[in-house]
Each structure stands twice: as C-alpha cells, then as structure tokens.
Design a protein around this ligand. Sequence first.
Ligand code: TMP
Length: 206
Amino acid sequence: MAGKFISFEGIDGSGKSTQSALLADALSATGHDVVRTREPGGSPGAEDIRRLLVEGDPGRWSAETEILLFTAARRDHLERLIEPALTEGKLVISDRFADSTRVYQGATRGDLRGMVDDLHARMIGREPDLTLVIDMDPTQALSRGLARDSGEDRFEDFGLSFQQKLRAGFLSLTKDFGTRVHVINGDQSQDRVATDVLEVVKAHMS
Ligand code: TMP
C-alpha cells in the first residue's frame, strides 16, 4: 500500500513548522505511521546542502544556482527518505517541498518558473498528495522569523517586500494546482490553525 505525502508551505515565520509538528502528533495519536521531515534537508546530504543555502550573505548565490542546489537537496531527500517511506505505506509530512522553489526562486528571486518546472520534471517528477499553505501577514511573520535569531536568516534578510511577493506567489499556487493546494488562515491562534489543518487533512483522507 502506497503511503500519503503531505507538504506545508508558506512565507518565513508563518508557523508551518509548528503546524507540521502538531499535525504529525495528531495523526500519530490516531495510529498513523508518520515520518516528519523538512526541506531543504531531510537526509544527511540534503542537510549539508541546507547549510549552504540558508546561512550567509543574501547575495551568496544567484537564483539560478539556488534552483540547482535546492533541486539537488530535494533529489537526495526523495531518494533516501520520502520514496522509501511512502513505499512502506507511511505518511510523510514535509515542511516545504517543490512549491517553495516555484515561489522563492521561480517567482520572487527571479522570473524563472520555466527553469524550475523543467528541472523539476527531469529530476523530481512528483508532487505531494496534499499541500497546506499557511497564509499570514508578512509583517508579523517576518518579525517572528527574525526574532528566532536562528542563524538561518538568509532569505529573511531580503526584507519585507520580498516576503510580500512570496505571499502572493504562495496564494497563486491554487490557480496552478487546484485541488492539491489548500490555503489555511495563519492569522489565528495556533490551536485554531491546527484545527483547520486537521479538518482539511481528514477530508482529504476520507
Ligand atoms: P525554512 O526556514 O522553512 O526551514 O526554509 C529555509 C529557507 O529556504 C526559507 O527561507 C525558504 C527557503 N527555500 C527556498 O528559497 N527554496 C526552496 O525550494 C526551499 C525548500 C526553501
């Protein structure tokens, strides 16, 4: 039996990591075999690539180089963690997947969506079964993201207008991918967001 693949997406500081953890706990509690993971990262090699991407000066890489690095990390993650887990019938929950490359590199860092789609078709070739976009006000999300002082602020350092453009990019995914992508209002209490997420997931699974 093939498993299920769910991704969370959203701008920096939108709370999707918290929400993916809450969803993983809720589904584990009801007997699902859940693997929680993230991008960039999720496998040892992809975690090495992550450090290159999220640390350092914003101008460290061009958007084109970023596409190659994110896709390389994704390919390793897919080969070594996601596909084996799905083959074993597990439920994989990933904090970000290919939609982040479409929005960050394809529509915000540059106008490079064609390049992102070509490389995705050749090297990745699959989408999640369900994607939850946690949508929220970029001003609040950015200050929350920067307040974490995680040392992984390379994309936050592009500033507020970058985050505003990202938000529009994530919202427009529903036009391209219709039924796969669901937008959740992230400007609510953590519990309320988690309830909305669970409702969409349960509807999808039934
Ligand atoms: P995170 O902070 O959600 O773990 O993600 C790391 C950063 O990498 C975040 O600022 C978004 C960015 N990113 C891209 O620009 N393109 C991608 O394909 C992915 C997966 C993440």
